[in-house]
Design a protein around this ligand. Sequence first.
Ligand code: SAM
Length: 442
Amino acid sequence: MWPLFATVATATYPQVCSPNVNRPNRSRRPATKQVLPENLTLSVLRFSHDGRGIAQHKGRVVMLANALPGEQVVAKIEKANAKLWQGRAIDVETASEHRIQPVCGYVGRCGGCQLQHMPIALQHELKQQAVADHFRRNDLTLESPAQSLDVISVADFGYRHRARLHVSKKGALGFHNQQGNEVVAIDGCAVFTEALSQVFEQVRSNAPLVGLSQLEIAVDDYSNIGAVALKGQRQAIDAFHGWVAEQGWHWQQALSYQAGQTVVTALPGEFTQVNRLANQQMQQRASDWLALSDDDRVLDLFCGSGNLAYYFQQKVAQTLGLEASESAIRQANLVKKPDDRVDFAVADLFQADVSQMPLVQNLNPTVAVLDPPRAGAEQICATINQLTSLNKILYISCDPATLARDVKLLHQAGWHLRKVALIDMFPQTKHIETMVLLAKTT
Ligand SMILES: C[S@@+](CC[C@H](N)C(=O)[O-])C[C@H]1O[C@@H](n2cnc3c(N)ncnc32)[C@H](O)[C@@H]1O
């Protein structure tokens, strides 16, 4: 058994992909230079939910990257307030038996991977326990031990087909550092697929990058290459896209991805599941759990460009996908064939009362699929019982804290938690993807 988690609620999850997150007001006080403590030797007591080690120093909680429970480390403190210090282990005096050598030489500087110093089995256990802990805090339990939290895992490295990268002022390509305030130039990344690594190398070595600050590269399921500049000076963006077009790559044309028997499309820079193999496993497991029949009518909320809606539509009577991105809905509609039993519409699901939408009322869904951004789907869960024919809910989440909050709401509304799985969509990183199945109490 691995060391237990902290019971202090210190870990928070950034809510970056929601357009609707309430951000705290930034203080207008002038910045005072923070005086940070000297390096300290500390004993690491347990894990936080994001895989950092937790130590104590004179009554303060100290959260440390690159530190495992049971270790004695030299800690550099990088952020400090009265109750909480945060930093990293810069030297390990007594190593845990579980510590491994990271594969990548940028670990510690690059902000991409936080967990490379631990084996994948420990990463899974850490994430399982984080989910279980959020559920426990919300008084949620599975109904039988057989419904334990299993792990859908595919490849530990080389899994990412799409990456959003930063560009330094001098035109070096890389990821942000752990603090998010500097670009760490890299010459490769261990979590990229082979094909994405080749694209990365070509962009890094040959593309005009000075004047850009952010770009995205991707390789789709049919080996088409996408590259799009997301932020930077106008001239630099145009020059980059000119170069991309010369390579015969896509920046305005859509990329193609398999979703069951349909090829769905997404423009470069738009949301697609980054781990294609894990996505396939997720689609398959979701379909097995839902045991869909041709009596079912599926409401796919936060549907993107149809990754799940198209996967399910052939098994059921009708599917409706709702999503805020007009562009994603345009792409979803573009690939629709005359005999497809699926419709799509644009909807801001943080604002709309789904149950009052005529399209939803006409569908009269029996199954709801929710795959929201990190902010979760609180309002939908609070009103979902107005969809009176619903009997199953599949909820896919990238934040176990909002998932547990929403499942608690559903539980209070008479829904029972039937299955939970961790989908290891982002190995080596702190990110946690979870899928749950709920059924209505009869
Ligand atoms: C985790 S992705 C899931 C996409 C899709 N289910 C898939 O598998 O590709 C979350 C989706 O929620 C969408 N989204 C974000 N905020 C939204 C909102 N307020 N209303 C509706 N959709 C939203 C995003 O555009 C994104 O496509």
